[in-house]
Write a protein that binds this ligand. Structure first.
Ligand SMILES: NC(=O)c1ccc[n+]([C@@H]2O[C@H](COP(=O)([O-])OP(=O)(O)OC[C@H]3O[C@@H](n4cnc5c(N)ncnc54)[C@H](OP(=O)(O)O)[C@@H]3O)[C@@H](O)[C@H]2O)c1
Length: 340
């Protein structure tokens, strides 16, 4: 059995580009005892991959990708084609961590990506398989856990969600709105802003590229911010610190503005002290205990139509590097996926 897999050819010096990768065919063995062969059907494209396209990934994070080898530790879903593990029969839909390739041999008992990507059978009746790479999977968990760690679920007040038209941000906006917050959202194109306002249903939205962030925030949230969900870092985190109310709480989910360039602040961190703020960094994968609760709540909202999600789909394993470059540059909306 052959598997076509994406490998890193050279580490990107700045913006990631398709020519930094190559697709290589490798021969897979038969699955051994306790293993399955999976034909991957969808694979995930995440900003976190860019953090691993370096000689060393940030301390504590998933490992850097070695040049010229398979890229292990990427969310994916697929169908079991051969099995030597009783709990994973042929034909079952599963998620696992060997994405960015067409086929993979997966050990049933392997702990993958802090446990969030262990081989798991999915309920394909509940939602399309790729939803488990979006709202019903790690993206949903990251969104839900972020609001949980700052006690924003079922709270009252105003939250700003940055990178709001993306995979995680668009879910955060909706969970926050459905559980009681006033939601203001930012994204990088007018089309995304219109989608946030008209379809996602936020209370106000603005294009972060158009005006200084402080001006936009003053307009959409004159009452100040009680919560901030940060997917961007840098200038966005700085602007949030400026707009927070006393005692406000910030979920530090990611800093995408820094992944391909020099970190730029925030320069006003003393405001965390003067305003009694709580800044809480977290990983979705550290909150596996919330997975079932999240799937029940978000699954319910999906079923009754209160939760929406969008996908930017690229076709074929060869398109994965293009998809990553497009997502980093803001050319995708919702969850970025490769259909294999
Ligand atoms: N803590 C965790 O466990 C965890 C898990 C998953 C993701 N994350 C983090 O959450 C954030 C969002 O991830 P995602 O998967 O949902 O990706 P995403 O939002 O679907 O895609 C990334 C988006 O970031 C925006 N962006 C890129 N550069 C920017 C800049 N300089 N300033 C402002 N916005 C910029 C772009 O949207 P615009 O066009 O709107 O600018 C782009 O579409 C990332 O920081 C990611 O690392 C953390």
């Amino acid at each position: 059995m052959n598997s076509s897999q994406v490998q890193v050819k050279v580490l990107p010096p700045a913006e990631v580009r398709p020519e930094h990768f190559e697709v290589v065919d490798v021969e897979l063995p038969e699955p051994g005892p306790g293993e399955v062969l999976v034909r991957n059907t969808w694979t995930s494209v995440d900003p976190g991959l860019r953090l691993r396209l370096r000689a060393d990934a940030p301390e504590g994070y998933f490992a850097a990708f070695p040049v010229g080898q398979a890229m292990d530790g990427i969310f994916t879903v697929g169908v079991v084609e051969a099995s030597q593990a009783d709990a994973f029969p042929v034909g079952s839909t599963v998620w696992h961590s060997y994405g960015w390739r067409t086929h993979a041999i997966v050990a049933a008992d392997e702990v993958a990506m802090n446990g969030i990507a262990n081989l798991r059978v999915l309920d394909a009746e509940r939602a399309p398989a790729q939803a488990y790479l979006g709202p019903l999977g790690a993206m949903g968990l990251t969104a839900y856990a972020g609001l949980h760690v700052i006690d924003a679920l079922d709270a009252r007040g105003t939250i700003w969600v940055s990178a709001a038209a993306g995979a995680v941000g668009s879910l955060v906006c909706q969970i926050a709105r459905l559980t009681g917050l006033r939601v203001v959202a930012s994204a990088g194109t007018d089309e995304k802003v219109a989608w946030l306002r008209d379809v996602v249903g936020v209370d106000a939205a603005f294009n972060w590229r158009e005006r200084p962030l402080g001006e936009s925030l003053g307009e959409v949230a004159p009452e100040g911010l009680d919560f901030y969900f940060d997917g961007v870092g840098g200038d966005h985190l700085e602007a949030a610190l400026g707009a927070m109310n006393n005692g406000g709480r910030l979920a530090l989910c990611g800093s995408i503005s820094e992944y391909e360039g020099e970190p730029v602040g925030p320069r006003n961190l003393f405001l965390a002290t003067s305003k009694n703020l709580t800044l809480r960094g977290y990983r979705g994968s550290a909150h596996l205990d919330l997975l079932e609760e999240m799937q029940d709540r978000l699954g319910g909202w999906l079923a009754d139509g209160r939760l929406t999600y969008r996908e930017s789909v690229y076709d074929g394993i060869r398109s994965a590097p293009v998809a990553l470059a497009d997502m980093m540059a803001g050319r995708t909306t919702g969850k970025t996926l490769v259909r294999i």
